[in-house]
Design a protein around this ligand. Structure first.
Ligand code: CMX
Length: 136
């Protein structure tokens, strides 16, 4: 069901400053930015081997990522796992009594279909299940 880690997401206050750090200090390959209105975030992707680092900046004060930054000051936000069939993955996790925050897929970056599991099901870690879209 789970193919690989797709990306590790990090919440940041100042996306442009962090893009410069990840690109120029760490020397990672910057792939570009995308506004994801449904999730109220702007994201920036970097390639690290066949995994990505995703920087997340809140689009507005009512973004859940704003609340996260306010509470924790930013940092590691979620780990995304790529699956073949998101609907089947949601069903299977629910059968295993995982509390899914999303019981139906939502749209994430690159038009991928995504669903989050409640962190209480996984030792406080927020996992995103992700089924890539055609162009992602
Ligand atoms: N790490 C750990 N716990 C977290 C968390 C995080 N990053 N984000 C939220 N939580 C906790 C909350 O504190 C809350 O805990 P309690 O139920 O104990 O109070 C619980 O998870 C549920 O959070 P919520 O905000 O009440 O629930 P919602 O269903 O409204 O939203 C979530 C959940 C995760 C979707 C939202 O908080 C969020 O982070 N949205 C942004 C999603 C995002 O990063 N999208 C990226 C799009 C790009 C892409 O990857 O494709």
């Amino acid at each position: 069901m789970i193919k690989k880690i797709d990306h590790i997401a990090i919440a940041v206050k100042d996306l442009e400053a962090e893009i410069a750090r990840y690109r120029d200090v760490l020397g990672l390959e910057f792939l570009g930015k995308e506004v994801v209105p449904e999730q109220k975030v702007t994201v920036a992707f970097f390639k690290v081997g066949d995994v990505f680092i995703e920087l997340l900046e809140p689009l507005s004060a009512d973004s859940p990522v704003s609340a996260f930054i306010e509470k924790k000051g930013g940092g590691l936000h979620h780990i995304a796992l790529e699956v073949d069939d998101l609907q089947a993955a949601i069903r299977r996790l629910q059968e295993k009594e995982v509390h899914m925050l999303d019981r139906e897929p939502r749209i994430g970056a690159h038009n991928a279909r995504i669903a989050f599991a409640h962190p209480k099901s996984f030792s406080g870690v927020l996992f995103e299940m992700k089924q890539r879209g055609d162009a992602s």
